[in-house]
Design a protein. Structure first.
Length: 173
């Protein structure tokens, strides 16, 4: 998976159809979309760059707000691993070279169907990264999405994560 999509509960099939047409339009007719066992969560495996795809969907939303009805949040994933603290720690180490020395960061963990300790994960990761922490206005968000036995890890700018509702709201202001 390289995208995680949230949608309203029980609208997973409609969200899947919406994603198929969006990704076909962007040039990936073979994207693999999975409705997970977790209500309101889909995963996507696309050959397109996940961060660019989120950017294109955001542009599409700004042009035609009605074109995205079911997707609520679209989150790019850079690396998928087993849900084990050592694996998470290792992959964060591998991805942390995406941060410049002067950039600040924040760790965000979303856990679903998992008993892993968020506190333990944060402690282990924070010990590995030399950059300063900024909880309010970080340059990068170190995102850990735990979905049962699979975990997605990304280091992103806040703008790389799309919340369709926030984007639509900002247009009406």
């Amino acid at each position: 998976m390289n995208l995680i999509i949230t949608c309203p509960r029980h609208f997973e099939p409609e969200t899947e159809d919406e994603l198929i047409s969006i990704l076909e339009e962007f040039g990936d007719p073979d994207a693999k979309i999975t409705i997970t066992s977790m209500s309101g969560i889909l995963t996507v495996e696309t050959k397109l760059d996940p961060i660019e795809t989120v950017g294109k969907i955001k542009e599409m939303l700004l042009d035609e707000p009605w074109s995205v009805r079911y997707c609520k949040r679209i989150i790019p994933i850079q690396k998928v691993i087993e849900s084990k603290i050592e694996e998470i720690e290792k992959s964060v180490g591998e991805l942390s070279n995406q941060m410049l020395e002067e950039e600040t960061y924040r760790i965000s963990i979303e856990k679903r169907n998992s008993e892993l300790s968020s506190k333990e994960i944060i402690t282990k990761i924070a010990n590995k990264i030399k950059n300063k922490v900024s909880l309010e206005f970080p340059d990068k968000v170190l995102l850990i999405e735990i979905l049962g036995n699979k975990t997605g890890v990304s280091i992103l700018k806040k703008s790389d994560i799309l919340s369709t509702e926030k984007t639509k709201r900002s247009m009406s202001e």
